[in-house]
Design a protein around this ligand. Sequence first.
Ligand SMILES: Nc1ncnc2c1ncn2[C@@H]1O[C@H](COP(=O)(O)OP(=O)(O)OP(=O)(O)O)[C@@H](O)[C@H]1O
Ligand SMILES: [Mg+2]
Length: 187
Amino acid sequence: MIAHIRDTPLPQAGRAVGIQTIGMTMRFGSFTALDNVSIDIPAGTFHALLGENGAGKSTLVKCIMGFYHQTSGSLSVDDREVSVQSPRDAATYGLGMVYQQFTLVPSLTGAENLVINRTHVPAVINWARERKDLAAFMERMPFKIPLDRPVSELAAGEKQKLRNRQAALSRPQLSHSRRADIGADTG
Ligand SMILES: Nc1ncnc2c1ncn2[C@@H]1O[C@H](COP(=O)(O)OP(=O)(O)OP(=O)(O)O)[C@@H](O)[C@H]1O
Ligand SMILES: [Mg+2]
C-alpha cells in the first residue's frame, strides 16, 4: 500500500471546496481515454461537463474520486495537491459522487440503502437509532422519499432523489452528479 502524507486540512462541515486538475491523463494499455485535462472548479460553483459518449467524462471523475489512478497529472483540493487513492480517501477531502446507476440495492429499503452507503458503517448497525437519525435528516429535506419500501418498488424519480440523498448524507463538499434523466443512462 502506498503511504502518502495528507497535506491538505480536512474540510470543515458545510464548507465548499474547490478542485483543480492539471494535465490529467489516463491510459488503458495503449488507449488514451483522457489526454492532458486541466480544469478549475472554484468552491461553491456549478459546472457541466459535456461530451459525446466515450469522450472521457466518467474517466476524469473516476480519477478525481480515486476509482482510477491517473497515468499522469495531478489533483488539487483548495489549491493544495493531494493524492487520492480511493473513493474513501476522496470523501475525507470533501469529494463525493452521485453515481449514474447500479448504486441502489433493489431488494433493500431506502433506509437500508442510505445506511450501507455511508463512508463509515459500524459492524453492528443500531437500526432504531439509524431510523431516528434518518427521520430527522428527512425532516430537513425539501422533498420526501419513502424509506421503508424496497427500492425496486420506487418510481424512477424517487430513486434519483435517493441517490442524491446518499451523496448528501456522506456530507461531501463537492459532489459530481450525472444527468437527471436516468432513463437515458449509457454507462
Ligand atoms: N476501465 C476501462 N478500460 C478500458 N477502457 C476504458 C475503461 N473505462 C473507460 N474506457 C474507455 O475510455 C473512453 C472514455 O470512457 P468514459 O466512460 O470516460 O466516457 P464518457 O465520456 O463518460 O462516456 P458516456 O457519455 O458514454 O458516459 C471510452 O472509449 C471507454 O471505452
Ligand atoms: Mg460516462
